[in-house]
Design a protein around this ligand. Structure first.
Ligand SMILES: Nc1nc2c(c(=O)[nH]1)N[C@H]1C(S)=C(S)[C@@H](COP(=O)(O)OP(=O)(O)OC[C@H]3O[C@@H](n4cnc5c(=O)[nH]c(N)nc54)[C@H](O)[C@@H]3O)O[C@H]1N2
Ligand SMILES: Nc1nc2c(c(=O)[nH]1)N[C@H]1C(S)=C(S)[C@@H](COP(=O)(O)OP(=O)(O)OC[C@H]3O[C@@H](n4cnc5c(=O)[nH]c(N)nc54)[C@H](O)[C@@H]3O)O[C@H]1N2
Ligand SMILES: [Mo]
Length: 692
């Protein structure tokens, strides 16, 4: 009997830097009976997070969508009848043809990273919408502020060889809840600590990562850029900079020096950040002198928390200047780390065919779905919405306006998902999606340097179909050119892997057998000898491109949009800065419907400083409303010193069907954009709190 068990190499598809290798055991009936971490994966080394360790509960969940559905009740109530795939494709095609006859830009695709697989994330879907002439979607909800900030300074993402970080002796988690959101890298940080490293976390919230660190630096939200400028001030003041690195590989050191010495003295930085001058001096000293004090180089693991503010792009641009001042880029695993995604030379043009986009097609920023659905953006009103790989009813900002937009009777909405999410409840046509165990894909990563294939382990459940197959059916029904769509998933994978440099010597067959490292040397240090892919080829402390765009060419502090210091009028009504990072047992809004993980998440809480609670007569455990002029939600107060006065935290992106008030924290968040990258500003959010 045992001999009939099959072991299949798979990959966790979720939006997470770890991109774990998994091994699925399938029995002779074709059912997956076990799923564990792949011990042969050099980075993820056989262990999985709490969420994906329970992945079979998701695959075989009794609530899986198994058949196409058509709406029979009012929008939002989720009442459907079963239909055939033929009927579903016919109806979508008929409606899209009618709308496209007037203006195809009235059709809006809406997708993000429900799966990170190259094929399911974006391939035939993009070709289809490009060929159709639909509106383009700017996928800004997560990472564009930091990407744009890094691009100004480095010409690419801040990246390192993460396995080499074991040699660092000073590690700063900057706006990064690494112990929760990047657990395999946290393991490396801990290994480094055993060898003598000091771990510091800069976060307004005493997150699990801050809690386990040697030092928690509770910065005021949205002021990280000012702290980095203060650190530079101290480095230049003390003459600790690596002049050799600055001269050979950077432009603008002299101008930057002048700027920070004049404008960012520790006293001013203390006023902005809410930190003490002593703490700022100590942090700058430890960071800049790490090799002398702790015996090894320093790494800044910067992540997404600090980007989700009005000045998030500039904050990242500024922070990634620091390793050039210290010279830490010289050392493998040291410097600054945001994402390794750019190390993969995927042939995205082949996959997505941007050449098919009609010239002049308008682009909609996905953060502004609320505006798009209410006709508040330039161009034709949105008449049809096609959602896949995303749950905007839960994850998009300004939830009340998103929901009223989704409820529009004249909007034709199609949703392709594995479950009846809050967004599905508003659909006219629902299409059932396969899970990762049921389809093929290839994966890069944004937290390590391996290429992996996800081999299908089981047959699709019910009539579920992968994203690629849905768009083959739709393209056929539209009569689009065969050569654009009639490729198999493996052919698409081969095509996008056929790039050069870091993919040299890497074949799909090899990848199907297990993770393969990019064609990069061990202890890869991309900027050890400069070679920054910027216009000047150097690290741009001074940016000529920024100057030409009419912006300040040097790093500077940009306060949040909603900041008590710079917006006292708004703060008089809504004095508390609200952060809403994800709940550790969920992945954004994914897994809320898995009972064991929902139970682990507990109830919705609002962490508030005892002093702020006392001012409002709030006691521990009491039910409170959190509100501003955009909306409100209910939570249970937790009086704690996990936050400083003036800051409150409510974790998690619940589904409205699991909350007593039918909304989540995104009722309060805003659709305002970041300075660089036009990204989301979820954590730039002033609220007031009152007992119910
Ligand atoms: N378990 C789990 N893992 C995940 C996810 C998940 O939902 N659950 N999501 C995945 C995704 S899509 C992403 S993008 C990543 C996100 O990974 P992270 O960026 O690590 O996660 P966040 O919790 O969004 O933000 C990190 C920390 O930033 C803090 N923060 C907020 N504002 C500021 C600020 O102004 N300055 C500073 N210094 N810190 C600030 C928050 O309090 C939070 O503790 O994680 C991925 N991994
Ligand atoms: N307040 C607040 N809001 C936030 C955040 C925050 O920290 N605070 N985090 C933000 C961040 S970092 C991100 S990345 C976004 C995430 O926003 P989303 O990308 O919308 O993420 P999820 O909530 O995980 O929803 C993904 C959906 O894709 C579906 N899916 C998975 N695989 C497939 C597939 O193969 N095919 C199809 N068709 N569907 C599939 C899943 O079932 C799920 O419903 O949310 C953002 N929203
Ligand atoms: Mo994200």
């Amino acid at each position: 009997m045992r001999s009939e068990l099959r072991l299949i190499k798979a990959v966790c598809p979720h939006d997470c830097p770890d991109t774990c290798g998994m091994v699925v055991t399938v029995d002779s009936s074709g059912r997956a009976i076990q799923l564990r971490g792949d011990q042969d994966h050099p980075f993820t080394r056989g262990f999985l997070c709490q969420k994906v360790a329970n992945y079979l509960d998701r695959v075989y969940h009794p609530d899986r969508l198994l058949y196409p559905l058509r709406r029979v009740g009012p929008k939002g109530l989720g009442q459907f009848e079963r239909i055939t795939w033929e009927a579903a494709i016919l109806e979508i095609t008929k409606r899209f043809k009618e709308i496209a006859a007037q203006d195809p830009q009235a059709i809006l695709p809406y997708s993000y990273a429900g799966t990170m697989g190259k094929l399911m994330y974006g391939s035939l879907d993009r070709r289809y919408f490009h060929r159709l002439g639909a509106s383009l979607l700017d996928r800004t909800i997560c990472a564009t502020a930091g990407s744009a900030g890094c691009d100004v300074t480095l010409g690419t993402r801040a990246m390192i060889d993460p396995e080499a970080t074991i040699n660092c002796r000073y590690i700063v988690n900057w706006g990064s809840n690494t112990a929760v959101t990047n657990i395999h890298f946290w393991k490396i940080e801990y290994e480094a600590r055993k060898r003598g490293a000091r771990i510091v976390t800069i976060d307004p919230y005493r997150s699990p990562t801050a809690d386990k660190s040697d030092w928690w630096i509770p910065i005021r939200p949205g002021t990280d850029g000012a702290l980095a400028l203060g650190v530079m001030h101290i480095i230049f003041r003390e003459n600790w900079q690596d002049d050799d690195y600055l001269t050979q590989y950077c432009v603008g050191a002299a101008q930057l020096r002048e700027r920070v010495l004049k404008e960012y003295c520790p006293k001013e930085v203390a006023r902005i950040t809410g930190l003490s001058i002593a703490d700022i001096e100590q942090f700058a000293t430890e960071y800049a002198r790490a090799r002398h004090i702790f015996g090894g180089p320093a790494l800044i693991r910067l992540n997404y928390g600090l980007q989700r503010h009005g000045g998030g792009g500039m904050a990242v641009r500024t922070i990634v200047c620091l390793p050039a001042l210290t010279g830490d880029w010289r050392y493998p695993g040291a410097g600054a780390f945001l994402s390794t995604s750019k190390a993969y030379p995927w042939d995205d043009s082949y996959l997505t065919r941007p050449d098919l986009i009609p010239p002049g097609t308008r682009t909609i920023n996905m953060v502004q779905l609320a505006e798009a659905l209410h006709g508040k953006l330039p161009g034709p009103p949105v008449k049809a919405l096609f959602v896949y790989n995303s749950n905007p009813a839960a994850v998009a900002p300004d939830q009340s306006r998103v929901l009223s937009g989704l409820a529009r009777e004249d909007l034709f909405t199609v949703v392709h998902d594995q479950f009846q999410t809050d967004t599905v409840d508003f659909a006219d046509i629902v299409l059932p999606a396969t899970t990762q165990l049921e389809h093929f894909d290839v994966h890069g990563s944004y937290g390590h340097l391996y290429v992996q294939a996800n081999n299908p382990a089981i047959m699709p459940l019910g009539e579920a179909k992968p994203n690629t197959e849905v768009f083959r059916l739709l393209a056929r029904a539209m009569g689009f050119e065969e050569e654009l769509f009639e490729q198999t998933d493996e052919e698409l994978a081969t095509g996008c892997l056929s790039g050069n440099n870091n993919f040299v010597g890497l074949t799909l067959d090899a990848v199907k057998a297990g993770p393969v490292r990019l064609n990069l040397p061990q202890n890869w240090a991309p900027f050890a000898e400069g070679r920054f892919p910027t216009p000047s080829g150097k690290c741009e402390l001074y940016s000529e491109c920024e100057a030409q765009a009419g912006r300040d060419p040097l790093p500077h502090y940009i306060p949040p949009h909603e900041d008590p210091q710079t917006n006292p009028e708004l703060a008089a009504r809504y004095p508390l800065q609200l952060l809403t990072p994800p709940k550790p047992s969920f992945l954004n809004s994914t897994f809320v419907n898995v009972p064991v993980l929902r139970n682990a998440a507990g109830e919705r809480t609002l962490e508030i400083h005892p002093q702020d609670a006392a001012d409002r007569g709030i006691t521990n455990g009491q039910k409170v409303i959190v509100f501003n002029n955009r909306g409100r939600f209910v939570a249970h107060a937790v009086l704690a010193d996990t936050v400083k006065p003036g800051v409150v935290v409510s974790q998690g992106l619940w589904w409205r069907k699991w909350t007593e008030d039918g909304v989540n924290c995104n009722t309060t968040t805003s659709t305002a954009l970041t300075d660089l990258g036009a990204g989301a500003t979820f954590f730039d959010n002033l609220v007031e709190v009152a007992k119910v």
